[in-house]
Every structure is written in C-alpha cells, then in structure tokens.
Design a protein around this ligand. Sequence first.
Ligand code: ATP
Length: 362
Amino acid sequence: MGRLQLNDLTKVFELSEGQIVAVDELNIDIKDGEFLVLVGPSGCGKSTTLRCIAGLEQTTSGQIRLDDRDITHNKPKERDMAMVFQNYALYPHMTVRKNIGYGLKITTDLSKDEINQRVEETAELLEIEELLEKEPGDLSGGQQQRVALGRAIIREPEVFLMDEPLSNLDAKLRTTMRTEIQQLQQDMGISTIYVTHDQTEAMTMGDRIAILDGGELQQIGEPLECYHRPVNKFVAGFIGSPSMNFLSVRREGSMLDHEAFDYPIDNNTKAAIADASRELTMGIRPEHITLVDRDEDDAIPTTIKVTEPMGEITHVYFELGEETYTASVDGERHVKAGQEVGVIFPEEKIHIFDDKTGDAIK
Ligand code: ATP
C-alpha cells in the first residue's frame, strides 16, 4: 500500500522582508505503485513539496495522507518513506556496507547477520557488491548514487522520494541511471515521487507528471497528454524540446492575422475560438512545422537564418516579422543558412491560447 494524497498542501515561508508562498494549495493523488514526476523551473516549489511530504518541512496548511492516515504532522521517521537526495548525503567515513545498512540498524531490531544479508541482497540488485568495503570518497558519482539508492531501497518503504537524484551525473550516465531507476521502481512497485527541473527526464520516466509554476499545479497527466493537450501556455512551452513556438495573432473572421502572414482557419478552429478575445497566441511545435519550397500552396515565405545539426534532426531557425522561430527537420535533409524556403503550420497541429490568461482554447 502506498497511496499518497496531498490536499490543499500549502507552505509559506515567513521572512523579515515578507512572505513567500512556496507551495500554493496543491492537490495531488498518487496511486499505489505510481511513478509521479514533479517538474517545473527553478523556484517553482518542487523541493519544498517533497520536503513537506518527507516531514523535513512543517506544512503551513492542508493535509498529507498516506493510505488514509493523516501524516501531516508526523515526524520524518514515522512516515515510512525513504528519500534520495541530489548530493547523495552518504556518511563519508563509513564503508558502503555500513552506509547501506545504517537505516536498518537504527530503526529495526534486526541482528547484525540479518542486516548484512539484506545489505548484500540490495548490493546485488544494484550491482555494487564489489564496492561494499570501500568508502564514498573512493567512488565515482554514479557509484555513489547507486549507494544512495541502496540506502533507500533496503528499508522497503511505502514511498520513495527522490530530489533531482541524477543531476550531478554526466549526460550519458544520467540516461543509463534513468532506465535503472525506472526498472527498479517497477520491480519493487513502490510509489515514487521524483523531482526534476528537466522536462526530458519527466517525460521519459513518469507514469504521470505534475507541472508546477509559482507554487501552483499547472497540469497533471500522462506525459503525452501534457505534450499533446497542454492546458496553458506555460505547460505548452515547458514540455517539449525545442520549445513550442508562440506567435501573436489577431482573430479576423476566417483568418488569424500575424504581422508577417495571414493564416486561414477552418470551421472547427473558427468555432473553437468564436467566444475568445481577439488577441490570441498561436502555438506550433518545431517538430510539427513542415519546411517546403517557397512557392508551394499555403507556404509562408521565409529565409533560414541558422541551422543546428543534431544528428537525427536539424534545428532550423527562421524569422517571421520581428521574431525568430524554430523548426526541426530530418537530419538527412540538406538545409543551410540563407536558403529561401516556405513553412507550413498544419492546422491540426496548431494550439491557440488566450493572450491574456494564457489558457488553452484549442
Ligand atoms: P530548485 O529546482 O531551484 O531547487 P524548486 O522548484 O525546488 O527549485 P523550492 O526550493 O521548493 O523550489 O523553492 C520554492 C520557493 O521557496 C523559492 O522562492 C525559494 O526561494 C523559497 N524557499 C525555499 N526554501 C526556503 C527557506 N528555507 N526559506 C525561505 N524561502 C525558501
């Protein structure tokens, strides 16, 4: 069992210069065994949320429930949760064996032999048996992170809490460890809340992702749902890489007017935006833009400013009016700066947002 509910969770920091609402009436229901990623830009309240769940931070108002028990004011050790931190937080002068076993030693009545057996099973699971007699200072970042995971796993908690656990690792190791953590979590079936600022990590790891901004929940859903149907401009711009292009347009009958082109819309789009304000933002993801010959039907003429080959795809930067936008095209395609081209924004791929509120309309 490991159903975790956050009901109107709020954390306010009182400072001499005023208040900071770090977490603002957050409502999230994490299912038993679910892998939930909390994602958002720096300062959005991810770590504070996790620290409230762990009991490392006093909640200002709202409730935290674990399997229908109210644990809002329980001490950290009464919560049956294990946390993995970004900086690993290992004891520097203890061997890996002692680091992994320490939690069991202080919280259970298990004998030394029993603890040793559990440590060895855990080390085997993480493939770090040969490191057991070493100290953290002798290990690489990736090995230290495995030890930190071992320390969390051995306790078989109801909930894992992970705060940017991979951010000190190099890019390649990060990708490998992502898969390992996911695999481990699935095998153990333990509810997990994983904090990251990296949208790729969120998209690839989470059963669901919760996107925060300014302490407030913006959207919670499966990764592809957030990608295809962002509820507002913030989510649309945060999820996806490179970011969605935003173009200021004005509704004029059957057209969206942009400073550099007019975009005809069909009846579906027209109906969707009929009651909206006239000032709108059109959104189109770089990967949904088609690059064509300039004289092709419906093509918006432009000139390529810069190309950025990434291997499988190439990022192409082009200008419309005053702004620069991005398209992602097949890496095999021959494109170069200065080339005169046309761009097509397929209507089924465009998003439309209210300019003032940022809410998605279509
Ligand atoms: P990051 O990815 O940079 O760690 P975050 O999304 O985890 O960011 P938090 O660390 O939760 O964000 O911070 C949320 C807000 O609360 C920020 O404005 C931060 O400055 C503030 N804050 C966090 N901890 C404290 C504290 N102990 N005292 C005062 N303000 C704090």
